[in-house]
Design a binder for this molecule. Structure first.
Ligand SMILES: [Mn+2]
Length: 288
């Protein structure tokens, strides 16, 4: 099992200029993985890609990524051109991810807006989604990349909200490298039980996001971490568990993730780092 931290912890917006300083930060804090998650990963020039790959290697910090389909595309929409745009977006992304040594990609892949009446569309969206994921999954496999579809809460996705739906979807896709990502923040809203949800995911669990009920660092809220630990152990999960704290209010990130108050307790830079280190110690203690 590897422990990751999402770069977004330190950001106030989605305008990250370089991930390299974050590679060094997570190394110093003792994490194994830095998770990336905006389009900089695809838009940066080759020189920056090389610098990031070199930093990752030198620090012994693995990279992972979460990528949603861009706003002008979709993997589930009725418009074929729009779906093809989404599929092409991912196919192009994989070559870049391979250069960064990235072996696992997540994302709210089926995140198109819901259409009304939902019942009329959702079966079609499911079919289009399966078809798109088969195409993307086959392409990802050529680069040795696993896809983990993030299961999100009702406010962020209308097709897949629970582990049971996610597993059913992944089975329909039917590729060994297409699995699901369970995020404890989303699970807290949608699942009846953390334990049962992880058990339902079983071998289809490809990646985990750790976050509290209000998306602060693990240990700062009221999620039942003993139960979560027991469940993750019960399914013998060996992948990456990434902390994804969304805590910085008052800028682009706050607006898009609905962070309306300072969730850092006024922490300065040093305290932010110390808090992340403490959350990692908590996880080591919990899983030891
Ligand atoms: Mn997440």
């Amino acid at each position: 099992m590897k422990y990751g931290l999402h770069y977004i912890y330190w950001q106030k917006d989605l305008q990250c200029k370089s991930y390299v300083p974050y590679v060094e930060k997570v190394k110093n804090l003792g994490f194994d993985v830095l998770e990336l998650g905006d389009y900089l990963v695809l838009n940066m020039p080759e020189s920056q890609v090389e610098a990031l790959a070199a930093a990752s290697k030198e620090c012994g910090v693995e990279l992972s990524v979460g990528l949603d389909p861009p706003a002008d595309s979709s993997l589930t929409g009725e418009d074929k051109d729009c779906r093809e745009k989404g599929i092409e977006f991912y196919k192009r992304a994989f070559a870049r991810l391979e250069k960064l040594g990235i072996r696992t990609m997540g994302g709210n892949l089926l995140n198109a807006p819901a259409r009304v009446p939902l019942k009329e569309y959702i079966e079609k969206e499911w079919e289009y989604g399966v078809d798109s994921l088969v195409k993307i999954g086959r392409s990802a496999a050529e680069y040795g990349i696993d896809l983990n579809i993030e299961i999100c809460n009702r406010f962020e996705n209308h097709i897949l909200n629970t582990a049971e739906q996610g597993v059913r979807f992944a089975k329909a896709v039917g590729l060994p490298n297409v699995k699901i990502l369970l995020d404890t923040f989303h699970m807290n809203i949608e699942e009846d039980s953390f334990f049962e949800a992880f058990l339902t995911a079983g071998e289809y669990l490809g990646h985990v996001h750790l976050g509290e009920n209000h998306r602060r660092l693990p240990g700062k809220g009221h999620l039942p971490w003993n139960e979560i630990r027991d469940a993750i152990k019960a399914v013998n999960f060996q992948g990456i568990m990434t902390m994804e704290p969304l805590v910085n209010a008052g800028d682009e990130l706050g607006d898009c993730c609905r962070i309306w108050r300072d969730m850092t307790d006024g922490a300065d830079a040093a305290r932010m780092d110390a808090d992340a280190g403490q959350a990692l110690q908590f996880m080591h203690y919990l899983f030891s």
